[in-house]
Design a protein around this ligand. Structure first.
Ligand code: NAD
Length: 286
């Protein structure tokens, strides 16, 4: 079997076109563009690349995409002051604090300062609570983008065994709840899991979100499994690769997301979609 690639780039383009239409309709109705503000602290090279992509994608889709670039030595108080200002600003609909923050900063306090209605990363306790309750709210972009890809290929999750590797709030835990909502039988594996190969071998769907190149061997996969590779790892030659041994996995899986060109572009598209959702909800509540 040779797996079909799930083309995240093409799907993301379609999602961005939908968002652009909604952004235009929003502007006609409310006389302003939806506003997405991204806060970047420090000089982490990967974060700088992600933020630039978000900035570009936002303006292309007809949103105002402001980026606040702060030096690495920014204090908690300075960062909190900025987030609180954005929280009060009526032209700002979405606030995204690019993670990870430099070590001396208190991520929890900063995230807690984002009002839930502007939390386009779906990381505040309020939005995580709504997600676990299966209620509507702003949801993390990478998991939402991954779910959209599964929908695109018509993968019926009900009753299927889904294995999520990685338990971060941003990716692993959030997608686990989304899969559960679709009635999959969900297993969450993490760094203490014994026999990861055995877990992978039982799964109809594997979502890998760890950050270790080649962690999931192709030969571990159940034949015909669907693979969503969230991992982004930079190799010494500068190229990007996922958490799944792609060459091996292609031989066994039915569908697989490439890295790059899979989940990454979908994440940005869903961020824009969340920003427009936030803007619409904020205007509806005014
Ligand atoms: P994280 O570091 O917060 O979490 C990693 C998780 O992997 C942890 O829960 C840990 O328990 C688990 N883990 C570590 N070693 C393991 C092992 N040997 N076996 C099983 N589990 C193990 O990372 P994150 O923020 O969730 O991101 C994960 C990966 O996804 C990274 O490569 C990141 O760059 C990538 N990512 C991609 C996108 C995207 O848009 N495509 C978005 C977010 C994150």
């Amino acid at each position: 079997m040779t797996a079909q690639r799930i083309d995240g780039k093409a799907l993301a383009k379609r999602v961005r076109a939908e968002v652009a239409e909604r952004a235009q309709a929003f502007e006609q109705r409310f006389g302003r563009k939806p506003g997405l503000d991204v806060v970047l602290v420090g000089e982490d090279p990967a974060s700088q690349v992600y933020v630039r992509s978000k900035e570009r994608a936002a303006s292309r889709a007809g949103l105002i995409g402001n980026v606040h670039r702060l030096p690495a030595e920014t204090t908690n108080e300075q960062l909190l002051a900025l987030v609180r200002t954005l929280a009060q600003d009526a032209s700002v609909d979405g606030i995204l604090v690019q993670l990870p923050l430099p070590k001396h900063l208190d991520e929890t306090r900063v995230l807690d300062a984002i009002p839930p209605e502007k939390d386009v990363d779906g990381l505040t306790p309020h939005n995580l609570g709504l997600l676990t309750a299966g209620r509507k709210g702003l949801r993390a972009c990478t998991p939402s983008g991954s779910m959209r890809m599964l929908k695109e290929i018509g993968f019926e999750l009900e009753g299927k065994r889904a294995l999520v590797i990685g338990r971060s709030l941003l990716v692993g835990k959030s997608i686990a709840f989304m899969l559960l909502e679709k009635n999959a039988t969900v297993t969450l594996a993490h760094s203490r899991t014994q026999d990861l190969a055995g877990e992978v071998g039982r799964a109809d769907l594997v979502v890998a979100a760890v950050g270790r190149p080649g962690l999931v061997r192709g030969e571990w996969l159940k034949p015909g499994a669907v693979v969503i590779d969230v991992g982004i790892n930079r190799l010494e030659d500068g190229s990007l690769t996922g958490d799944v041994d792609f060459e091996g996995a292609v031989e066994r899986a039915s569908f697989i997301t490439p890295v790059p060109g899979g989940v990454g572009p979908m994440t940005i598209a869903m961020l824009l979609s969340n920003a427009v959702d936030a803007a619409e909800a904020i205007e509806a509540a005014r």
